[in-house]
Ligand binder design. Structure first.
Ligand code: SAH
Ligand code: SF4
Length: 350
């Protein structure tokens, strides 16, 4: 079976021609898949019935299906999605006052092994394809708003679900180009954030991309010793190498790098850490802001979140030292949908 979602317009044109059709049929297919978010080949009525039948015999739009949806009391929704081979990933819909955010996955599991993250405990099962990555956005938008319906106030997209984007770089970039294509889904790259635990060579490549979303770096430590304990990848790409790559990263006007910093009680949340973090930002002349993320607990994880009084003090110290810092409000904790809690759980809180 040919899987259509994930194909570019020119790939669909070739596919139409292979079926003995005119090239514009491929363009119509592209429009139906990405502009109207159609998931049913038979609903593409601008294609003549014999063509639709031919397509149905040889192709399928996507193999991704919804396994379950969990609804949080704060409006957040967690989607357990089943891929073609039965493997499962998660996507999260987070409604906000002015704009909704969809958090998507890029790998089944993750190889990086961060000590504070549930996804790490799965290990890496496999990379997701560009089509599988895009299917999450279409499925979530259709479940929330209905197939083809306009999204009322646009969508932010964050690659902060399961997996490390820069260890699946090519498929993630292909997905991003599809998501941003104005002829298709038309999501602005400014509204997309890719988060990485710090794969330095790929940060450099990302900076050279024509279609380039915003960049977020999961920092969570201010010395090599401390960061390596939390994010083992730091052994390979240490703080100095990471900071140098960020120093030469080509930011656009008014763009900033976001540092994500998971607040772990008694581990990385001292006054000294806050001052060291501010010093790093200045030492490498970075245009950056910091998002402080209270640690989301899970029974399998050994950490506790820093108390809010500590997080506020940490934020104050960063601000006093000339670094903008914000506290991320946990969303969907009651359905295990918050940052670092994604592990394809079958139940709300199991
Ligand atoms: N793999 C990418 C993106 C997914 S994780 C990365 O690590 O950047 C998205 C964010 O959630 C990261 O900043 C990560 O540090 C954070 N995170 C992981 N586990 C967490 C937890 N248990 N509580 C709070 N944040 C967590
Ligand atoms: Fe992977 Fe990100 Fe979790 Fe680390 S925090 S294990 S990089 S998903």
């Amino acid at each position: 079976m040919n899987i259509l979602l994930g194909k570019t317009e020119s790939e669909l044109v070739v596919l139409a021609q292979d079926l003995g059709e005119k090239p514009f049929r491929g363009k119509q297919l592209y429009q139906a898949l990405y502009t109207r978010r159609t998931l049913d080949l038979n609903a593409i009525t601008e294609l003549a019935k014999p063509l639709r039948e031919k397509l149905c015999e040889t192709s399928q739009i996507t193999e991704t299906t919804i396994g379950n949806v969990f609804y949080s009391s704060d409006g957040t929704r967690r989607y357990l999605l089943k891929l073609g081979d039965g493997k499962e990933v998660e996507a999260v819909f987070i409604p906000e006052e002015h704009r909704d955010t969809i958090c998507i996955s890029c790998q089944v599991g993750c190889a990086v092994g961060c000590a504070f993250c549930m996804t790490a405990q799965l290990g890496i099962k496999r990379n997701m394809t560009a089509g599988e990555i895009v299917s999450q956005v279409i499925i979530v938008l259709n479940e929330v708003y209905g197939a083809g319906a306009e999204t009322p106030h646009g969508t932010n997209l964050v690659f902060m679900g399961m997996g490390e984007s820069f260890l699946n770089y090519d498929e993630v970039m292909k997905a991003i180009r599809l998501l941003c294509d104005e002829k298709g889904l038309g999501i602005s790259p400014k509204r997309i954030t890719v988060s990485t635990s710090g794969i330095v060579p790929k940060i450099v490549s990302f900076g050279q991309e024509e279609v380039r979303p915003r960049l977020a770096i999961s920092l969570s430590g201010t010395t090599d010793e401390q960061r390596t304990k939390l994010i083992p990848l730091n052994k390979r790409y240490g703080l100095d190498e990471l900071m140098r790559a960020l120093q030469s990263y080509p930011l656009r006007d008014r763009e900033k790098i976001t540092f994500e910093y998971v607040m772990l009680d008694g581990v990385n949340d001292s006054d000294e850490d806050a001052r060291r973090l501010a010093k790093l930002v200045h030492q490498y002349h970075l245009k950056a802001k910091v998002n402080l993320i209270p640690h989301n607990p899970a029974p399998e994880l050994e950490f506790n979140s820093s108390p809010m009084s500590r997080i506020l003090k940490f934020q104050q110290l960063l601000n006093d030292n000339g670094v903008d810092a914000f506290i991320r409000r946990p969303r969907g904790q009651d359905i295990s949908a918050a940052c670092g809690q994604l592990a394809a759980r079958k139940a709300v809180n199991s």
